[in-house]
Each structure stands twice: as C-alpha cells, then as structure tokens.
Design a protein around this ligand. Structure first.
Ligand code: HSE
Length: 316
C-alpha cells in the first residue's frame, strides 16, 4: 500500500507591499524545516492524528481540524469529477505555531491537499488545487486570499492574478537577499487582524499601493533590487496592525539602524521580517529579534531565504 508524506513550507503573506496579492515561501538557511507535514496511508475508515510541537494548541476535536475539512472537501470534488476516494489515515505534524503570521493554516491545508492529490494519482491540476486551497483558507480566516497558500504550494514569490487560471504568477527572486524572521510567541487571529483594518482606503493610499506594486514587479524583472526594496512599504495594514505587536517599533528601528533593506509584518503578524543584503546582516537582526521581540518560550527567529520549491512529497 502506498504511503506518502507532504511537507509545506511557512510563508510571508503580503510581503509588506502586496496586501492579499503577494506572498513568499520561506526556508531556513540552516536546512531546518519550517512547515507542517501530512502523512497519508490507506485505512478502513477515515482518521486524523495530530502530533508535533504545536498540536496541543489545536482543538482536541479532530472533526473541526482544517485537515479533516480538506479531506471531506477533496472527496466532494472527486465525486463531482466522477471519481471515487477511499478512506485514508492522515497524520498532521503541526510544526508551525497557530496565529503566527507564518501561514500556519495554509501550510496544513497545502500539505493535506498535496498529500491527497498525490495519493489519489493527481486527479486535480495546479489551478484547481490552488482554488480548493484558497477556499479552505477562507473558511479559517474569514476571507479567501491566496498570498500564503500559493507560495506555500508553488515556492518562490507569487503574485495573485484574481483570475481562475492562472491563479498566480511567479516573480523573479534575488538570491542575495536574506530574510530575518521572528515569531514573538503570541497568537494573533487573522480574522481579528483583518477586522481592525478600515474597510475603505483613501485615494492617496490607493495610488501609493498601486505605484509600489507596479514598480516592485518591474524592478524584480529588471534585476534592480535596490529599487525593488525601496518600495517595500506597507501602507494598508502596518499602520493599524502594529498596535497588536509589542516591540514592533523598536524592532523596525533596529533593523533600519543596521541597514536592512526593508522591514514589515509577515501576514497578519505577530511574525516580523527584515529583508537583508547579506547573511551576516540577517543574523544580526535575527539575534536582536530573538532577544527583544520574542515574548515567551514559543517564540523563535530564523535566517531564511525564499526557496524555489514549495510543497514536497516523499514516498514513505
Ligand atoms: N493577506 C492576509 C492578511 C494574510 O494580511 O490578512 C494573512 O496571513
């Protein structure tokens, strides 16, 4: 019987300048894993076991676990496509903290759908799967957005199109940028962090948002990375969300003092990231954040780059 394991990396939503439409996958440079895993094997009845360092933070009732919901949703879509799905035993290794801004729910969703799709011999193509992933992400966070599921699934830095096909476009990467990321250890619900945002933006903000995103995409394609970094400013969420993040202003000030290229909130926080021009600079920012931004024993920081690969499946 086939047994598989899918790994799905953490991700930065928004990347400061692309609220809901830009995201990037993360891989620690020390080779450690930063992402959830889902194992799948044949069984007589459906089951889900949850293990890993953050398993205890999830509801004990596995029927409400997002991975169970992914399985039922996948089976419904299989049925609609005229195919049959058999029962499976799933194990979720919950390695990412919940409400962290690291795309924790997206990581579970992507690992689950990737494992299911591989197990059932790839019935769904990339865009169909991404649409399913976005739908499930929407059930958790209160709004369908792809800025975590897309980079988590595909790797790299991805820009959402708003279309069904392609759902997302991959942007060029800069191999010289390092990202110091730090999870403070507190939990911020995405739904709550969306609720505090104004429902409308003024004209000046809309113009800045559009100008920055346009310049950023051009600059990456032109390999003008200094220009790209210069427009990585969050005019939509950071002014409101930073009030939820103790130590944010001090962390940003330190990052700027040592010359980091950009600093921002990862997704809906509390994780923050600094874009650095060298590994040594990222290590310096990471060390500061570990000492001053982390609030409790759950917090951590890493020096990361953006991996070209997203989710990965291994045969057990
Ligand atoms: N774009 C989403 C938000 C990401 O900022 O609300 C949530 O992880």
């Amino acid at each position: 019987m086939k047994a598989l394991k899918a790994y799905a990396p953490a991700s930065i939503g928004n990347v400061s300048l692309g609220f809901d439409v830009l995201g990037a996958a993360l891989a620690p440079v020390d080779g450690s894993k930063l992402g959830d895993e889902v194992e799948i094997q044949a069984a007589d009845t459906f089951s889900l076991e949850v293990t890993g360092p953050f398993a205890h933070k999830l509801p004990g009732d596995v029927s409400s676990n997002i991975v169970t919901k992914c399985y039922h949703f996948f089976c419904e879509e299989m049925q609609k496509a005229g195919r049959a799905a058999s029962p499976v035993a799933l194990t979720l290794h919950k390695n990412l903290p919940i409400g962290s801004g690291l795309g924790s729910s997206a990581s579970s969703i992507v690992a689950a759908f990737t494992a299911l799709n591989a197990y059932f011999d790839n019935p769904f193509d990339k865009d169909t799967l991404l649409t399913m992933m976005g739908e499930l992400e929407g059930q958790i966070s209160g709004s369908v957005h792809y800025d975590n599921v897309a980079p988590c699934y595909l790797g790299g830095m991805t820009l959402m199109t708003g279309a069904h096909s392609p759902v997302t476009l991959s942007l060029p990467l800069n191999d010289d940028w390092y990202y110091a990321i730090c999870y403070s250890g507190i939990s911020v619900s995405t739904a709550a962090a969306r609720d505090i945002l104004p429902k409308q933006v003024d004209m000046a903000t809309a113009l800045t948002f559009g100008r920055q995103l346009g310049v950023f995409v051009h600059a990456l394609h032109a390999k003008d990375f200094a220009l790209a970094a210069s427009v990585m400013n969050d005019v939509i969420a950071e002014p409101y969300r930073k009030s939820l993040l103790p130590g944010f202003d001090e962390a940003r000030a330190f990052s700027e003092k040592v010359g980091a290229l950009a600093f921002g909130i990862s997704g809906s926080g509390p994780t923050v990231f600094a874009v650095c021009s060298s590994k040594a600079q990222a290590e310096e920012v990471s060390a500061y954040l570990s000492k001053h931004y982390v609030q409790n024993e759950d917090g951590f920081s890493h020096v990361c780059q953006i991996p070209k690969a997203g989710t990965q499946v291994a045969v057990q």
